[in-house]
Design a protein around this ligand. Sequence first.
Ligand code: GLV
Length: 421
Amino acid sequence: MDAKNPNRKFRSTPQYGLYQRENFWKSNDGEVPPFNTEPGKLEELARQKLTQNGWYYASSNAGQSYTHTANRQAFYRHRIIPRMLVDTNKRETSTEIFGHKVPAPIGFAPIGINKIYHPDGELPVAKVAGELGLPYCLSTAGSQPIEDVGAANGDAGVRFFQLYMPHDDELTRSLLTRAVSSGFTACILTLDTWQLGWRHDDVSTSNYAFYHGTGADLGLSDPVFQRRLKEEGIDPKTQPNEAGAKWIDNVWHGRAHTWEKVEWVMALWKELSGGKPFCLKGIQCVPDAQKAVDIGVDGIVVSNHAGRQVDGAIASLDALEQIVDAVGGKTYIMFDSGIRGASDVFKALALGAKFVFVGRLWIWGLSIMGEHGVRHVMKSLLADFDILLNVAGYQNIGQIDRKAIESGPKVYPLLPEKAKL
Ligand code: GLV
């Protein structure tokens, strides 16, 4: 790829594809590319770097991993139709999300307890997201204070706060207030995780970091939660396990919320944020998507929590197709669960998602090489996406629609265990 390509000046999108050139050139300078980003190899490298607990938590899925498998298989059902001799010289990967112009339709999915994967937890991830200009979502189960994550993401960072809603309304208000003051510009309420799904490896190894003194910093730094600890006589310094347990039992409490409460928290967020976007994450069927539209949310994330919650469920990508058919155009539809490369991003967009979130890819990068690892993984994905548009003949995100793919029937062979797909 010619680094002096004269078309560069016509593109507002960063020259992501040049990251390929940079890596091809490296050995001339006595360097090697950081690591292989082929998803299977990336996952294996992360497994080697992590402790057993870290690895189990990163890779765990609900039950027999059938949902995870379906998520991945669904991508094979759709094939991209390449176009030739299209003038892609001025191609654009940029898009808009909630009024923010971003350079690609790709964001960082909310993932909790990043300290399991790296001692600095969420900070390097938020920093890289800010640097790349890609939206970053902080999980309520995050292992750093909201304020620190906001600062790491930077003044120009686009950041959203993912809420696991406690049953303690004062605590919810406090978390959202902190998020607003720390520059988080949308609230994404997760609906599929009142408690974690049954994950064999984690259960069998007592692998719940919060109960063992790790990962509760977001809660421990909250004034309302600090008061709750005092009320119960728990000292987080001398009783980190009890403090961590109290925190996470507020977050993954196992007590379902209903639509009425969603309307309450949406109104609360709007009040605190001055009307910023409020979205629901975890929608997998048309009636729920319709209900979300009816109550007036600003967007939905079609997600099944990457197969970590309901085992044996439909693929999130299949849910996306139906939901777009029913309510596309009535709300802003985002997607996650199973994205492993640029072609997956393309297919989700072709099926009608306006934006996608990736999770495990950057978790693996963080596990392998901290900040550099996250940067390498995301820059590779962006380069892959930019190059895909170039070689497949698409000039911009708007051209990626159903005509850009050919879709086969929903026939998925049953695989006996978590498939290396
Ligand atoms: C939390 O979101 C998890 O899936 O463990």
